[in-house]
Design a protein around this ligand. Structure first.
Ligand SMILES: *[C@@H]1O[C@H](CO)[C@@H](O)[C@H](O)[C@H]1NC(C)=O
Ligand SMILES: *[C@@H]1O[C@H](CO)[C@@H](O)[C@H](O)[C@H]1NC(C)=O
Length: 484
């Protein structure tokens, strides 16, 4: 980053013939300008020459370093050039033979049998790893209780056994993903070396469907190419993962797999189930080489399965289409998409027509009232549960009044008319009902103490769900679970 690469800085511009002219011509031109009296005002840094070529690898086997350098050309009054004059890169040669003498041992052994400490005494030297600077050549006199530091180790010497990093000019450096030692360049979340996370999108959602029955529920498709997958939930339910061949990678067929690492879709999936407290996690670095299907095996109400992964931009559109086609987006009505960059607009034609975007709503968002537990509670504690179409809405005083046409009654403590008023507290009731839509509603009967007002009340954060056959069967199921 910010470093000159070969080829950059080589040519400063093109002449009118279209032929680039080399740096030297520019400097000569500059030089002649300077001699015309501009010299005293010369400012800024000098200019680097081109990089020289890379030296041969410092080792003859295994890892080593190779170096290249460049020179700073400065005119009087100019500052030193910015940047490094040397660049070191990792070179990887075939592995050393098993009994080869390590590089550091060789360097210590150079002093064997030679008078080195100002006396005629000689010693046999072996590496000593307990000294402060691991890039000094610290050697222990064999059979003696002292070590001596013979200055720096040669470039390319491993910093210490079993640790990544090579010594360069007395410092321990490790290679960035660009192979340059000490560059600090890393792969971004999209797998691009030195990238800015902009070639992929971050998908982060919570799957909240409570599920009307115990069993396997689809949570999400994890498309091929996904990276940095993380899934967590806190419940006694179990995450399950299927390969694209339809076979379970873990927790399939109602059998619970042990915590551990599983190979799937060309990556390693780390599955952990906490020993204390109900919690499960899945992690995988990816990229996945095929689609995976994430499911949850429900045994109790689902408090939410959180999942996230990074997806190559070109796979995001098809992923959205697929989840919508499967109707999954309906069960997860508030996907949280965190997109570091404005996403490429998904192909508009691909998205099935939905309700037109509502006008900006001055009301604050409502609390989340999804899930089976909520449905059960509301169903059982309500006086009425019915399917209704909202005909109109009127806001008055501190209340909202909906006019509804009752279409189907699931539960009632007293007869309902075909047309009813349903009242909700406040001018921004939660959940909000939209005119001309059909809902499943749970309402309470509210009779004023003097008996003059008899109303249906939709309590704050009560139960009001857009009607659908699935919602219908969930409500019927809830009916069976109320305490009598
Ligand atoms: C990419 O995303 C990761 C995770 O969110 C973040 O830690 C990192 O700083 C990001 N990199 C860049 C270059 O923005
Ligand atoms: C889950 O998704 C798979 C793949 O799209 C589909 O074949 C299966 O029927 C779905 N299962 C459920 C319970 O929806």
């Amino acid at each position: 980053m910010g470093k000159l690469r070969p080829g950059e800085g080589e040519w400063l511009g093109s002449s009118h013939t279209g032929r680039p002219f080399p740096l030297w011509s520019f400097l000569l031109l500059l030089g002649s300008l300077l001699s015309c009296g501009l010299g005293s005002s010369a400012q800024g840094p000098g200019e680097w020459t081109l990089w020289g070529s890379w030296t041969r690898c410092s080792s003859s086997c295994g890892q080593g370093v190779s170096v290249r350098s460049r020179h700073c050309i400065r005119f009087p009054g100019e500052e030193p050039c910015w940047g490094d004059s040397h660049e070191y890169r990792l070179c990887q040669l075939p592995d050393c033979p098993p009994r080869a003498v390590p590089f550091r041992d060789l360097q210590c052994a150079l002093y064997n049998g030679r008078p080195v400490l100002g006396t005629q005494k000689t010693y046999q030297w072996v590496p000593f790893h307990g000294a402060p600077n691991q890039c000094d050549l610290n050697c222990l006199a064999e059979g003696h209780a002292f070590y001596h530091s013979f200055g720096r180790v040669l470039d390319g010497t491993p910093c210490s056994p079993g640790v990544e990093g090579l010594c360069v000019a007395g410092r321990c450096l490790s290679a960035g993903c660009d192979g340059l030692l000490g560059s600090g360049t890393r792969e971004d979340q999209c797998g691009r070396c030195g990238g800015a996370n902009d070639s992929c999108l971050f998908v982060q959602r919570v799957f909240r469907d409570a599920g009307a029955f115990a069993g396997y529920w689809n949570v999400t498709l994890i498309p091929e190419g996904a990276r940095h997958l993380r899934v967590t939930h806190r419940s006694r339910n179990h995450l399950a993962l299927l390969g694209s061949d339809g076979r379970y990678v873990l927790n399939g067929n109602w059998a619970v797999s042990p915590s551990g690492t599983y190979e799937a879709a060309g990556t390693r999936v780390v599955y952990t189930r906490a020993a204390a407290g109900p919690e499960e996690t899945l992690h995988a670095t990816g990229p996945t080489s095929q689609d995976l299907l994430l499911q949850v095996l429900l045994q109790e109400p689902n408090p939410g399965v959180e999942f996230e992964f990074w997806l190559p931009r070109e796979r995001y559109g098809p992923f959205q289409e697929q989840t919508q086609a499967l109707g999954w987006s309906l069960r997860q009505p508030q996907p949280r998409e965190v997109e570091p960059q404005p996403p490429e607009p998904p192909a508009p034609a691909a998205i099935p027509p939905r309700t037109p975007a509502p006008a900006p709503d001055p009301c604050a968002p409502c609390p989340d009232t999804r899930g089976r537990a909520h449905r059960l509670l509301q169903y059982c504690s309500s006086d009425f549960v019915f399917r209704a179409r909202v005909l109109g809405r009127r806001r008055q005083a501190q209340e909202t009044r909906y006019e509804v046409r009752v279409q189907q009654v699931y539960k009632n403590r007293s007869p309902l008319q075909t047309r009813e008023y349903v009242w909700a507290p406040g001018l921004c009731p939660c959940p909000p009902l939209t005119p001309h839509h059909e809902y499943l509603l749970a309402a309470r009967r509210l009779v004023s103490p003097d008996g003059t007002q008899d109303r249906l009340l939709l309590p704050h954060s009560g139960y009001a769900r857009p009607w659908s056959p699935a919602e219908d069967s969930r409500v019927r199921l809830a009916a069976r679970h109320c305490p009598v």
